[in-house]
Design a protein around this ligand. Structure first.
Ligand code: COA
Length: 387
């Protein structure tokens, strides 16, 4: 089982569409400016009920469906995200619970917009070394929740969504053939999102806050420098990884890049001396969905018939950190046809998984009540009162 093949893929995009015209009513911008500088026309925005974990679950359920894999067979779940709802529990653990993937290890991976390629590489190595037989790799983001909606330099770029793939071990040569992961922390300030706890805590007192001010918890970016960095690293990492896989650029059928900006991709194509048509792009309708952009674009590329069995496809990501990464994948597994009743039965199982999760929560509460009645913190409070 030393090859890790992509055997399932799925994406989920929230219903709400925010167009450039809508944005022009929020900040001082225009459809013409945004489209000419970025290639973006619209992006999706998560509803109040949707979270990074629910988007990730929907994408993962679709990918499992396509792979015809039961959640209880899944052994590893990695969610690449910069917008988790919690530092812990991880988004991956929430997805594990929603899926009812009772035998899976689960963790989040933080590498900004390169996160999906990093996670793909980690999962592929886990399969190639025999540590697990399969894995779900998800990129999921609710970037709209970390935007400064008064900053026209950033809020026009990002959107929400999720994409997932299922990787499975096989003795058939192919699948993930080579990866390159890189980082340069000296450029961390060029694109950043401070964590909530990066803010001075109230314990430091009003004097401290007065002197140092509050830090924003929204995306901060030096657009021009990020642009320059991106065009350089796309070309270098694609060339390096294609060579590592023992291929030439002529043998690459399609490049699925992180969807940040059409001009960045055009300029990378020029550096690589290949036609821009070899790059798949859907940034016009999705905007930049950070770690989710590559798996969503992959799903669209498959849907549009851009990938055929035995094609070599390259994924390339770049972003905050600074980080960048590329993977070469041989696309050679045809997914099975799944009947409608079987699909419906799968959906029903997810409802059962949620019910089981609730029952587990109640059981913990009941055991807690029976064994520690009253609860330890209540006993301490009662003792304090008596004193
Ligand atoms: N609408 C209208 N005008 C805008 C604007 C907007 N949304 N955002 C910036 N401007 C203005 C600026 O204020 C500036 O005006 P000035 O010349 O009067 O000062 C002018 O447009 C040019 O600004 P600049 O920042 O130089 O624009 P740019 O051509 O570099 O385009 C980006 C800005 C953000 C589109 C571009 O730098 C970019 O795409 N960078 C990469 C960002 C990215 O992909 N990040 C994610 C990587 S994972």
């Amino acid at each position: 089982m030393k090859y890790a093949h992509i055997v399932g893929w799925g994406s989920f995009r929230p219903d709400k569409i925010l167009t450039n015209h809508d944005l022009a009513r929020i900040v001082d911008t225009s459809d013409e400016w945004i489209y000419s500088r970025t290639g973006i026309r619209e992006r999706r925005i998560a509803s109040e009920k949707e979270t990074t974990a629910t988007l990730a679950f929907e994408a993962a359920a679709r990918a499992l469906q396509r792979a015809d894999l039961h959640p209880s067979q899944v052994e590893l779940i990695i969610v690449a995200t910069s917008t988790p709802e919690y530092i812990f529990p991880s988004t991956a653990c929430r997805v594990q619970d929603y899926l009812g993937a009772t035998k899976a290890g689960a963790f989040d991976l933080s590498a900004a917009c390169s996160g999906f390629v990093y996670a793909l590489s980690m999962a592929a190595q886990s399969i190639q070394t025999g540590s697990v037989r399969n894995a779900i790799v998800i990129g999921a983001e609710t970037m709209s929740r970390v935007m400064d909606w008064e900053d026209r330099g950033t809020c026009i770029l990002f959107g929400d969504g999720a994409g997932a793939i299922v990787l499975k071990g096989s003795s058939v040569p192919g699948g993930v053939m080579a990866s390159t992961l890189r980082s340069d922390g000296s450029g961390g300030d060029l694109l950043s999102l401070p964590a909530v706890y990066h803010n001075p805590m109230p314990v430091l007192g009003p004097e401290y806050l007065h002197q140092n001010g509050h830090r924003k918890n929204t995306v901060d970016m030096n657009g021009r420098q990020v642009f320059r960095f991106a065009t350089q690293v796309i070309a270098s990492s694609v060339e390096e990884t294609v060579a590592k896989a023992g291929l030439t650029m002529d043998e690459v059928a399609l490049i699925v890049p992180h969807q940040a900006n059409v001009r960045i991709i055009e300029s990378a194509a020029k550096r690589l001396k290949i036609p821009v048509e070899r790059f798949y792009m859907n940034v016009d309708t999705m905007g930049n969905t950070s770690a989710a952009s590559i798996p969503i674009a992959l799903c669209d590329a498959v849907h549009d018939g851009r990938l055929r069995p035995d094609d070599n496809v390259v994924f390339v990501g770049f972003g905050g950190g600074l980080t960048w990464a590329a993977s070469v994948v041989k696309w050679n597994v045809t997914p099975p046809e799944i009947s409608l009743p079987r699909r419906e039965w799968r959906r029903a199982r997810y409802i059962l998984a949620r019910a089981r999760s609730q029952i587990k929560k109640w059981r913990r509460k009941i055991i807690d009540r029976v064994l520690f009645s009253p609860a330890p913190h209540e006993r301490m409070r009662d003792a304090d009162r008596k004193e």
